[in-house]
Write a protein of this length. Structure first.
Length: 180
């Protein structure tokens, strides 16, 4: 469970300016949409998505590069970071309903239940954190609308300097559509 140990030591701070943007969003749903919109500036090998299905939502994290070494550990860390991020945004009462991991079940799955504090399902098609949809409307404590506007301009500027290649942009959009 080395991925869990790495994920436990990580959080919003690993996202830099994007993490600050999330903390200054109006609510959890807006923050997660910003994460989906700009994560590719930080992580080019994955695609996040938010699937809202009535009372439950899934924040999906999919690695699309084939044959990535250590992919199971990456999923473990990424979903634990996702849980810590949503908890930081929503408050200490937030808990996932379930965690789905697109990786084989390890011999000892106890650490997974302990780290995620929720039921964990393995060998699932998509890695995701499942939670109550109502949390998306949870306001973020101490969010600063002025700082959010400044950070949005900075992120948009970074986006405009990013890969201007239309083919790469199209690939990113197609990956997201395939996942959702």
């Amino acid at each position: 469970h080395i991925g869990l140990l790495l994920g436990e030591r990580s959080g919003l701070h690993v996202l830099g300016m994007l993490g600050d943007l999330l903390l200054n969003s109006a609510d959890v749903g807006s923050a997660l949409r910003s994460l989906i919109l700009y994560l590719h500036l930080h992580d080019r090998a994955s695609v996040p998505a938010l699937c809202i299905e009535g009372q439950q939502s899934r924040f999906v994290y999919s690695i699309y590069q084939p044959k990535v070494p250590g992919v199971a550990h990456i999923y473990d860390a990424a979903l634990l970071i996702t849980c810590h991020t949503i908890e930081r945004l929503a408050g200490p009462n937030w808990r996932p309903l379930e965690v789905h991991l697109a990786r084989p079940q390890p011999d000892d799955s106890r650490p997974y239940r302990q780290f995620f504090r929720a039921p964990v399902k393995f060998d699932i098609e998509q890695s995701a954190v499942v939670f109550e949809s109502g949390w998306l409307e949870q306001p973020i404590d101490h969010a600063d609308t002025t700082m959010h506007a400044i950070l949005m301009r900075e992120m948009e500027m970074l986006e405009s300097r990013g890969p201007g290649d239309v083919v790469e942009q199209l690939r990113r959009v197609l990956r997201l559509l395939l996942i959702t």
